[in-house]
Design a protein around this ligand. Sequence first.
Ligand code: NAP
Length: 475
Amino acid sequence: MSLTPPPDQDIVIFGVSGDLAARKLLPALYNLSAEGLLPRQGDIIGAAPVAWSDDQLREGARSAISQFSRTGLDEAAFTAFAARLRFVRPGDEGGLASLREALTRPRRLIYLAVPPSAFTSVIDALHAADLAAGTSVIIEKPFGHDLESARALNAALHAVFPEERIFRIDHYLGKETVQNIMVLRFGNTVLERVWNRDCVAHVEITVAESLGVEHRGAFYEETGAIRDIVQNHLFQLLAMVAMDPPVGFDALSLRNEKIKVLRAVRPIRPDQVVRGQYTAGEIDGQPVPGYREEPGVSSGSTTETYAALRLRIDSWRWARVPFTLRTGKRLRQRDSRVVVVFHDVPLHLFSGTGIESIDHNRLEVRVQPDEGIDLTFVAKRPGPDLETQTVSMDFSYGDSFKTSPPEAYERLLHDALCADHTLFIREDEVERGWEIVEPILRSPPAPVFYPAGSWGPAEADALAVHGRWHDPSGT
Ligand SMILES: NC(=O)c1ccc[n+]([C@@H]2O[C@H](COP(=O)([O-])OP(=O)(O)OC[C@H]3O[C@@H](n4cnc5c(N)ncnc54)[C@H](OP(=O)(O)O)[C@@H]3O)[C@@H](O)[C@H]2O)c1
């Protein structure tokens, strides 16, 4: 992230009274403001159908920032931030004359933090109010519900905005650890030489949550884990891990390499997918209800809260290397990580000494929490006998940099303000993601059940290499 303020412009948040604005966007903008990383000139304009005043927006922002900002709230920094906040209410027919009058600059970034059903009406209203010129838009996931709706949304966007003014956000790409996958791979010569089928036995990618659906049961019923996580976060992680080295660190080069990976994913067979749904169980010793007992969820729901997939990437680099991906809610612990498992040694030199097998080398990228990288290898245990033990070299962000990484939304908002697309998703990536999961969405395998607090359904073990997924809790 460049440490200079972006060009002067207004910032508009549609849906400023919503959950995303309170938990992520207002705290991120506040932290950028405190660090001098907002445009020097320009207002922050919140829009929503509620009847708020500027002061009510400021009070809402104060409460959101106190609660959710990673740095807390500093009075002086908040006063400077709040002075830029304005509220506008769209007209009863969704007209945006009030927004046009509130704008202070010829250029603006508009964040569509509204329900997906409102995306196209807001885009059309921007067009009708003659606000398309000078506007860039950030659009939230879910980007479509399937391939057809994603194409329709892309067409609606392109009818008003050129691709270079559209920023499709996947906040995973704003995480330091996800960006560090690129630095790890392309900033170090030792890894790139072994990052291929000659040395890698398999790759496992996990996005595990211990939370359930919280208050979003009705939304989740229409979504499920494949739409919510696999099609976007998991495929973006897959593309970062599996892509070839780009010719430059710019949006075009990087996104060209990511799409090549997604295009090379072989069509998924139904027996390579397991869908699961959590039943009642315990998380951290506390009883939690099953998915079907959550508010807003049907008692006979077949929506998956867990999905595991086994993929192949048909490329020279990855031919015959299994990639296993899984995600779920109410799993034992929150844990997102990439595990790259290297081949077994070609010859067991120590087999005559009673050591029948030794662990494969493993590189783990911990995306969250406890962000870091871990390389495991085998060492001789001290003593007269030849005994081996698996040990690890561990890099932890907290220990090495003595700082917590900035929030993904800070980085991504700053990049969009600077018109940098490197960490945003291109139209073809979104559509290819839907194409890959489309066969599962069309005829989904029935969900199997797993108790909350477990690592998912036992049936998913059949997809894991050697029948066992990596257990981050080490139990
Ligand atoms: N919350 C998250 O953590 C999260 C994470 C990833 C993606 N997202 C995506 O981000 C978007 C917002 O999510 P959310 O959780 O903040 O939803 P939310 O809590 O339901 O808030 C939606 C906001 O949009 C407003 N709104 C609805 N129609 C509008 C319109 N036509 N013009 C202007 N404002 C309008 C709502 O106002 P009223 O309440 O007055 O209707 C509310 O302020 C959704 O697309 C969601 O899928 C959210």
